[in-house]
Design a protein around this ligand. Sequence first.
Ligand code: DAH
Length: 337
Amino acid sequence: MFDKISTIKDQIVNFNSSDSNEIEQFRISLLGKKGSITNLFTQFRNVPLDEKKEFGKQLNLLKNLASSKIEELKSNSGSNKATKSTIDFSMTAQPTVLGSRHPISIVKEQIIEIFAQIGFTVSEGPEIEDDWHNFTALNFPEEHPARDMQDTFFINKEMALRTHTSSVQVRVMENEKPPIRTISPGRVYRNEAISARAHCFFHQVEGLYIDKDVSFADLKQTLLYFTKALFGEETKIRLRPSYFPFTEPSAELDVSCSICGGKGCNVCKYSGWLEIMGCGMVDPNVLENCKIDPKVYSGYAFGMGIERIAQLKYQVNDLRLYSENDLRFLKQFKSEL
Ligand code: DAH
């Protein structure tokens, strides 16, 4: 009797068909009125008493096995009919193609991250800006050359595409009370002929810190921290006196050339130094224009070009590459976050 169970079990396991008639025949041969499993149930009463328990258990398992096999074959035969001709389930999946981040986004995020560590928040302003925020509040004299048609894309007499992110300084100072510690990344526009070294739009990050007793030493220390974090611990900085209408005193910041380590190469034009930003103490006139009392508060500001930093980090020497969307260029930044 137990032999019969195992023979039928083998039959069930080895049976395969997708033809619904064949499956139905198979079902009848097992579970029909005269089917082999039904037959075993009839013979149950002839099983010796001490084997009844085990036999009953195995017989039930056999019945369940038969039922579930038949169900499975039935459902496959149904689904095969509908999909066989169109879908190949054995085909390997296509690998997902990952994109890469734009180098300007990568560098922008890095800069934000470095300043976030020392408490700077991010603020943004509009790219279409009025004369007050882009020029007048920043202490640009009426006849300043930067207001000239050659540099600025004017929309009308009052409005223009912002020429720098310093405009966001003004907006922040007008709207917030000191202490203010913020950086402002964004796109800026200048009416320049496009070449390897100039473009009609590019990106800047502006920085601003206003509080009581802020000094030039604070500015220097912050920029030293920033440049070391960005270019490496061995980086040195130097400040050269300069002029901007909105800062007094003003300076330009050079970092030791990260490519030759300061020894001199064609990137730093054999000087060992690279200019990366303008900076200075916020001019008291600018504070007053923004309703901040220059007798109580002082502050520093700085501004840098993101393309310039990316150029130094990745040695990209043609500005046009950043906006041409050539995949051969963009794909090189795949490994970067
Ligand atoms: N706005 C300047 C530019 O576009 C950069 C700059 C220089 C920003 C000095 C500043 C600063 O905040 O203090 O060239």
